[in-house]
Design a protein around this ligand. Sequence first.
Ligand code: SAM
Length: 222
Amino acid sequence: QANPAWSEVDHYITELLAPADEALTGALAASTAAGLPEIAVAPNQGKLLHLLAAAQGARNILEIGTLGGYSTIWLARALPADGRLITLEYDPAHADVARANIARAGLDKLVEVRTGAALDSLPRLEEEGAGPFDLVFVDADKVNNPRYVEWALKLSRPGTLIIVDNVVRGGKVATAHPDDPAITGTREMFELVAREPRLDATAFQTVGTKGHDGLLLARVVG
Ligand code: SAM
């Protein structure tokens, strides 16, 4: 039910406000060539992540779900020269493509791609004292969204911004779908955020080249 106008408008906005450069185009091309699924954020969404990281003055960013490192590049470009981004990726093939893309973007000094299930990597980050992170972007297996938000909260400070992608899924999120673990996980995550007094949040729907979806933004307030 995608409307062709959504893509036209995305292209219009992207050309003016989030134009591609060699590193970004190259990251997408290398990801496609390596057979990765084409599920990176859209360019104007990447630019939104970049602006939010910059507005946040982020120096320490955590990303859960790297794929080919496309969103990683947008986020890492908002970091200062001594900043740091850790991105967690389950699939070693995705992580390899991402490392090459990140190096080609000249960001390998700032970015570390960690391979493994995020739920294994996150406790290690806590042991290492890697937090608090200024911004956490959650974009991995949606069934674990509640766990990822709990971990993001654990690794945060008051003022941390937590962003969760794909929270609308063509509108399915509004009703229970017991047979769809991604929806069940996302709805549990919404309920957790709603009852968590340390989080102040909203979510909004988006349409565009990626269809009808949405983002959740939560600020740690205590
Ligand atoms: N953030 C990326 C971007 O916009 O360029 C897209 C990430 S893609 C939607 C989701 C990624 O999460 C995939 O590369 C997938 O392999 C990874 N993933 C899935 N399950 C995971 C897990 N348990 N731990 C870490 N990463 C996982």
